[in-house]
Design a protein around this ligand. Structure first.
Ligand SMILES: [Zn+2]
Length: 481
């Protein structure tokens, strides 16, 4: 009889159909967090996850949560396993979310979003897969972890493989995690006490069959700016050339955000940016990413491979900050011509940030930069929409090394070490409040249609992920915290 991790892996192999069936049960619950109509379903999805954790032997609470302003939020599921007596590894926090995005446009779904179906592999295309809202983001990825816990318990091993474990599953990730920060602050010394490293499965692999560990995500600062001019819309024949036009003035100011090398011109913007080291650049080059191929997929030719001078496309995505105008509007935008000078003009401007930039500082210096360029007679209205710090993990930490070994043992493939240009604000939050780093061990693919119709999760990805988590629990036991 195999014991320990071998027994758990054998269990995952034998019980895979049942694991997938459980995932499908969870996917049938319509836990759309942003729409209050679905609040009872969100609650049900939380209770469902709680029951899974309970069956895996953990002690579980479904906690109430609320925003700093006291608005009631969706529940947060917390679970604990004390760890084996002789456990010397780190106290691990696993974070995931059980809420999902809305399903519209629903007519583009080939099967109803909350009636998960198993679809066969397509030659040269996606493998056998589950199609449903939440299949990969994030129920499917959380389920890999839940099933690895169940495997350890049911195969006769210790609860959570003997690892000292805290689990936090939130229900507001897809609607801004508005209660999470307060919950973490309120529970730092209680439910979250002692956590030393976080594991999140909400990221992707490098490609099919090429598992990866994401060791950095970018932060974000998102703003809205409005430039107010005259107290009324004006006739451009009578007033054009006589007084500032907010549209003209806004675009003139925003165009100064980049210099000729496409570097952001806000003073101090790059001060906190960790410089890219040569070994890291070489490692990334060896991943074999083809920027021209990627551009082709979005309808661009190779001359579009431009960005901050001196960096490759991958470096620009993974290790350099950016400024983007996400929307710009003002004046007449309907059909035909209307000769108007608007009273105001607006833009949404966001910054993706890298370690160790601080979103508050970036926003403050952007607003200061705008005020120093206030066009004559005009005034700014400046709004902070949201922000979150970047998160980068040390690549030489013992838990990260354990995760690398786990993936290699579980899948037979050395994981690629990658970063992501996207933002997972919870990682930065955990870092700034609890002082812990996050290992992103995700098994999604870039064609999983996250947030879109026909979202899918491939069975092979689920399998690699469940096995990797089971072995990670084993590897953590030999790490000394
Ligand atoms: Zn999502």
């Amino acid at each position: 009889m195999p014991t320990g991790v071998d027994a758990a892996l054998g269990w995952l192999r034998r019980e895979e159909k049942a694991s997938i069936a459980r995932l499908m049960d969870w996917l049938r619950i319509k836990s759309i967090s942003t729409d209050p109509v679905y609040a009872p379903e969100v609650q049900r999805a939380a209770e469902w996850a709680a029951s899974q954790l309970r069956e895996a032997g953990l002690s579980v609470e479904v906690c109430g949560a609320s925003t700093p302003a006291g608005v009631k939020g969706h529940p947060i599921v917390m679970a604990h396993s004390p760890g084996a007596k002789d456990y010397k590894g780190p106290h691990v926090l696993f974070y995931g979310h059980y809420d999902v995005q809305p399903v519209d446009p629903v007519e583009l779904w080939e099967s109803p979003p909350f009636e998960p179906v198993l679809k066969p592999a397509v030659p040269g295309g996606p493998g056998e897969r589950i199609v449903a809202r939440g299949a990969v983001d994030d129920k499917g990825q959380v389920m890999m972890f839940l099933e690895s816990l169940r495997a350890w318990k049911d195969a006769g091993g210790a609860v959570a493989g003997g690892v000292k474990l805290t689990v936090l599953l939130e229900g507001e990730e897809e609607s801004g995690s508005v209660s999470l920060e307060k919950f973490i602050r309120d529970n730092t010394a209680t439910r979250l006490a002692g956590c030393e490293v976080c594991v999140i499965s909400d990221t992707g692999m490098l490609a099919r069959g090429r598992p990866a560990i994401t060791y950095g995500v970018r932060g974000i600062s998102y703003t809205e700016v409005t430039l107010h001019g005259p107290d009324q819309d004006l006739h451009s024949g009578l007033w054009g050339g006589r007084a500032p036009n907010p549209n003209n003035e806004l675009v003139k100011v925003l165009a100064q955000l980049w210099d000729k090398d496409r570097r952001v011109t806000i003073p101090g913007f790059y001060d906190a940016v960790r410089p890219l080291q040569q070994p890291e650049r070489e490692e990334w080059r060896r991943l074999g990413f083809d920027p021209v191929e990627a551009l082709k997929k979005i309808g661009y030719g190779k001359d579009a491979d431009v960005g901050e001078a001196g960096y490759t496309a991958m470096e620009r995505e993974w290790a350099r900050p950016t400024a983007e105008i996400n929307g710009v509007w003002g004046g007449y935008t309907g059909a035909g011509a209307k000769t108007v000078i608007p009273s105001k003009a607006s833009a949404k401007v966001s910054f993706r940030l890298v370690a160790d930039q601080d979103p508050d500082r970036v926003r403050t210096s952007f607003f200061e930069w705008l005020r120093n360029r206030t066009p004559p007679g005009c005034r700014w209205e400046l709004t902070d929409l949201h922000g979150g710090p970047p998160a980068t993990v040390k690549t030489d930490s013992a838990p990260l090394a354990a995760a690398r070994r786990a993936i290699e043992r579980a899948t037979g493939v050395k994981p690629a070490m990658i970063k992501s240009g996207g933002s997972i604000p919870v990682a930065g939050l955990l870092n700034s409040i609890l002082g812990i780093e996050t290992i992103f061990m995700g098994f999604g693919l870039d064609d999983d249609r996250v947030h879109s119709p026909n979202e899918k999760f491939e069975i092979d990805c689920f399998r690699l992920g469940a096995r990797s988590h089971a072995v990670l629990l084993d590897e953590l036991r030999v790490v000394t915290a």
